[in-house]
Ligand binder design. Structure first.
Ligand code: BDR
Ligand code: CA
Length: 342
């Protein structure tokens, strides 16, 4: 059994990651989603929490606790990105308001609690800023040694940033938290986190045709869906609420990317990281020592990787550098589409 703790800033692609995790839990006996942490990022923390509660209730999984994180990063004021993810973080989807509430443990204490319940086997997955995990490590410095595996979506190494020219969103929102997490995993006895940075996640470029395939895997007909060639402005008419919300959420992502000159594509950063968390064999990795620039007036939030052991201390991370994009899409479509169908 793989116990997994998911920390996210839901978020369109975080939503897909959550559905993928639920799908993996349903399709095999080997995965248990033990908790979801809501971290401020794409949208404010209360909106992230509402979204996580809403998705879980929609999927009939109110048994999975949702834990609210801090309203701000460790040092900076919170910046959010509604232009990318929509005013409520889920694009054009209008999720029903949840009837459930966040768990009494906050996100950081939930990390600590999960790591104590599953010492040595807990898989941690972070697809938002690292605020909650860094706070947990401040409260309990032994936490990193209890994780079986940690997968982080964040950073940009040999490619451009998506928030500043050199900084990726999740690291840029809370650079101090990212720096503290990588420093903590430099300690002996900690498993090196697998880092899914923009270098690889931007190769997971979803198209409207993929969404069509996913919706059809869930039983939707073409007539219920926006066109593959130009989905702009068209609402899904699917009777299946999960598919309807997924399609409406992703259309916002498509329109955002289209208006920034990349065409109707959407980078599935977070579902890819979720797949790596449960099936690390889908990526090839290289060892590196990762640090985060905190001082540079032009480079704050840049992730720097020493891949040649120039710095003392040895590797503290494994950077994902290769994958089979076709295999990734086939798996995402099968798992999420199959889950939405059942
Ligand atoms: C990351 O930033 C967020 O907007 C996405 O959800 C993803 O986690 C990509 O840089
Ligand atoms: Ca995210």
């Amino acid at each position: 059994m793989i116990p997994l703790f998911f920390d996210c800033d839901t978020g369109i692609d975080d939503s897909l990651a959550l559905l993928y995790l639920l799908g993996r839990e349903t399709s095999g006996p080997d995965v248990t989603l033990v908790g979801v942490a809501s971290t401020a990022g794409n949208v404010p923390v209360d909106v992230v929490t509402t979204n996580n509660l809403a998705w879980l209730e929609l999927c009939g999984r109110t048994d999975i606790p949702v834990h609210r994180g801090a309203p701000t990063p460790l040092a900076d004021d919170l910046r959010t990105t509604e232009d990318t993810h929509g005013p409520l973080g889920v694009g054009y989807a209008e999720l029903p308001a949840p009837t459930t509430a966040a768990h009494r443990l906050d996100a950081a204490d939930a990390w600590i609690d999960a790591s104590r319940r599953f010492p040595g086997s807990l898989v941690g997955l972070v697809t938002g800023p690292l605020t909650s995990l860094a706070t947990a490590i401040r409260r309990d410095p032994e936490l990193p040694g209890r994780l079986g595996r940690l997968v982080i979506m964040g950073g940009a190494f040999h490619t451009h940033g998506n928030t500043t020219p050199v900084s990726e969103w999740n690291v840029s929102v809370d650079p101090e938290a990212a720096a503290e997490v990588f420093a903590a995993f430099s300690a002996p006895g900690t498993a090196d986190p697998i880092v899914c940075a923009l270098d690889i996640t931007e190769s997971i470029a979803l198209t409207p045709a993929h969404v069509f395939a996913l919706a059809q895997a869930a039983g939707s007909t073409p007539a219920e869906l926006p066109a593959v060639t130009d989905p702009r402005g068209v609402r899904s008419r699917s009777d299946n609420p999960v598919i309807r919300y997924v399609v409406d959420a992703l259309r916002f992502y498509f329109e955002f990317h289209h208006d920034h000159d990349e065409g109707y594509i959407a980078h599935l950063h977070d579902p890819f990281a979720a797949m790596v968390a449960l099936s690390p064999e889908v990526v090839g990795t290289i060892p590196a020592r990762v640090a985060v620039e905190l001082e540079g007036t032009l480079t704050r939030g840049m992730t720097v990787a020493d891949e040649r052991s120039m710095w003392p201390g040895g590797p503290n991370a494994r950077i994902a550098v290769s994958t089979d994009v076709e295999v990734v899409f086939a798996e995402l479509i099968a798992v999420i589409g199959g889950y939405a169908r059942d």
